[in-house]
Design a binder for this molecule. Structure first.
Ligand code: M6R
Length: 616
């Protein structure tokens, strides 16, 4: 949550920072601000609303300085006002600060600072930290320490409880910048005569592919030509310079109307990338390079626990189905946010997995840390290279689907489903899944991108359906077995981007309560693929129809529904069980997308949400 970017270089900072803020806007978009050091003072412009508002404001008084910082906010402490927007300036005018995270003990800090004469214009924890840095900065006036701002930030952070990714500058030290992180991501971009610090790679790739991922507890001092990383305890840290493999175009919308639309239609390629090089030579199983666990150890696993949040948890639930079905090992799935506090007993020989697109979701990270603290090995499925989850896990699998910018997860989700299915295959082949079943399974997975392409061809038909259903206030999503989590995902997708109340349920469970909601005003989306329980699903549909409920049926090609049962029918290709959830996700993604567009919603930046939830 919150996007931060700092620049020290030789070019005008403001245009680069504004461009970077647009790329970071998906992290939070309540308000934005920029601070540029020029003519011996900070010029600060802050505005509620989107970066576009800020741009208009900045255009009124050109900013020419070559050192500066910008912020796009997702409010935690204090409402959405210009005053609460970042950057914050200390009341003595010396320090400017942007912050992502929450300073939990800001109350006691503020009391102390009031006694020292500091004043406050906002309700934010950030302004308190900014003044605490200024307080130490003033005390450092005669310090022999190499850099006064660095020393002041370090001293202030030693008192800070909570999470932060921060960038600070002093008015007296042009060309110097200090950044630090604990619990909120920060990345350095190393340019030619310029250095950048940002919340994520998307803000940096326009300028450089060379990046350093800062770790928790690290603090960096930057100038246009140099950077030096230390720990809060002043230990030197040798940086590891990584090369980003994706380009600016990956983070741009191209000809699409929204990132979500682009990412939905990118799924065939995303799936190809996620599976590339991950099948065995004999074509009967999957291979993963980074698990850091031997086949023998895997063989000894008797139980899996998966933890995640939101869409990623739905991917875990499908993976549970696949592992139990094809590898016959019990799996438990848990909300990461609950697991961390529930102290639930874990069995011996349990392998713990987390899934997180961003790799920064605080609840998922906390679950990972809790499992590690209990002595369990933790593996991660994540999309963002160098993310905190990727670094802290004992091993894992990258999704390799490129940046996902739309707040509603789509291509990351289907690639998680693919990886979950590949894991089930990998484990299954160590146990009772035969060579020929393995070969069939691999063939099916390799066919997934084409099946998704065919499902995407339904887009115009689904758009027409969306027009007819966009004005309903409630909707149910009903599915069974591996498609129950896809029903949950369909409901989540619809509510997060269109604000229609939606619930996902196992289709047969519907009659134990939700059926009370059914009327002509509450349509149901049913997954009805071919298979042994199709007749049971049809019975559930009849129960809805008998109560005047409208039905949108998502069926596979071989299914024939009784005439008149469904009001709308979307046909997806017949496919192997392992691939079905991937293919079935496409129509619900498209339906939610087109309904949201029809309702005039801001699809990529739904209200109150942020892409990566780094606060509790
Ligand atoms: O980055 P993560 O996968 O850890 O994010 C988890 C959830 O916050 C995320 O999936 C959220 O539910 C999405 N907005 C759903 O579209």
């Amino acid at each position: 949550m919150c996007g931060i970017i700092g620049y020290v270089g030789k070019q005008k900072a403001a245009p680069f920072i504004l461009e970077g803020l647009k790329r970071l806007e998906y992290r939070g978009y309540d308000s934005t601000g920029v601070a540029i050091l020029q003519n011996g003072a900070f010029s600060i412009v802050k505005k509620i609303g989107r970066v576009a508002n800020l741009e208009k404001e900045v255009a009124k008084a050109p900013l020419n300085g070559t050192f500066g910082m910008g912020h796009t906010r997702w409010a935690t402490h204090g409402g959405v006002t210009d005053a609460n927007a970042h950057p914050h300036l200390s009341s003595d005018g010396k320090i400017v600060l942007i912050h992502n995270g929450v300073i939990e003990n800001y109350g006691s800090m503020k009391k102390f600072l009031l006694t020292k004469g500091y004043t406050f214009e906002s309700e934010t924890d950030t302004e308190v930290l900014c003044n605490l840095i200024a307080y130490h900065y003033a005390k450092e006036a005669d310090s022999a320490e190499e850099n006064r701002c660095l020393a002041a930030v370090r001293k202030a952070l030693l008192h800070a409880e909570g999470t932060y990714g921060i960038v600070a500058m002093s008015v007296d030290l042009p060309g110097e910048m200090v950044a630090a992180r604990k619990g909120s991501p920060l990345i350095l971009g190393l340019g030619d005569g310029e250095n950048i610090v940002a919340s994520d790679v998307s803000a940096i790739v326009a300028r450089t592919q060379s990046v350093v991922y800062l770790k928790d507890g690290e603090i960096v001092h930057l100038t246009p030509k140099e950077f030096r990383i230390t720990t809060l305890d002043q230990e030197s840290v040798a940086p590891f310079v990584d090369q980003v493999t994706w380009s600016v175009a990956d983070a741009e919308m191209g000809t699409y109307a929204h990132f979500m639309e682009k990412e939905i239609f990118e799924q065939p390629i995303a799936l190809e990338n996620a599976m590339r090089g991950r099948f065995s030579e004999d074509g009967s199983t999957a291979n993963f390079g980074g698990l850091n666990i031997s086949a023998g150890e895997f063989r000894g696993i008797e139980r899996f626990t998966f933890c995640a949040c939101g869409t990623a948890l739905h991917a875990c639930m499908v993976t549970e189905h696949m592992i139990e079905r094809f590898a016959r090992i019990p799996v438990e799935c848990d909300y990461a946010s609950e697991f961390r506090y529930r102290n639930s007993p874990l069995f011996r020989n349990t392998l713990f997995f987390v899934m997180s697109q961003s790799g920064e979701t605080i609840d998922t990270l906390a679950a990972l840390r809790e499992a590690k603290r209990k002595g369990y090995k933790v593996l991660a499925v994540t999309n963002v290279v160098g993310s905190t989850v990727a670094r802290e896990a004992d091993g894992g699998i990258y999704q390799h689907v490129g940046p996902e910018i739309g707040v509603a997860s789509t291509k990351a989700f289907t690639s998680q489903l693919l990886i979950g299915a590949m894991l089930a295959l990998y484990i299954g082949r160590m146990r009772d899944l035969s060579f020929s079943d393995g070969v069939d399974y691999v063939r099916a997975l390799k066919g997934a991108p084409d099946l998704v392409r065919r499902a995407l061809e339904q887009a115009p038909h689904i758009q027409a359906i969306a027009r007819r259903y966009a004005r309903y206030a409630d909707m149910l999503f009903l599915g069974r077995l591996s498609l129950f989590p896809i029903a949950l995902e369909g409901a989540l997708k619809l509510k997060e981007i269109s604000y229609i109340h939606a619930e996902g349920y196992p289709a047969a469970e519907m009659k134990h309560g939700p059926i009370a909601l059914i009327s002509a005003d509450c349509p149901s989306v049913f997954f009805a693929p071919s298979g042994e329980i199709l007749n049971k699903i049809i019975s559930s549909m009849q129960e809805i129809k008998a109560r005047q409920g409208r039905i949108i049926a998502i069926i596979t090609e071989r299914v024939e529904l009784p005439a008149g049962l469904a009001d709308e029918i979307i046909v997806i290709p017949e496919c192997h069980e392992a691939v079905l959830p991937i293919v079935a996700s496409i129509p619900v993604q498209l339906l939610s997308y087109y309904i949201a567009v029809e309702r005039g919603c801001d699809v990529d930046k739904p209200r109150n949400l942020a892409k990566s939830v780094t606060v509790e």
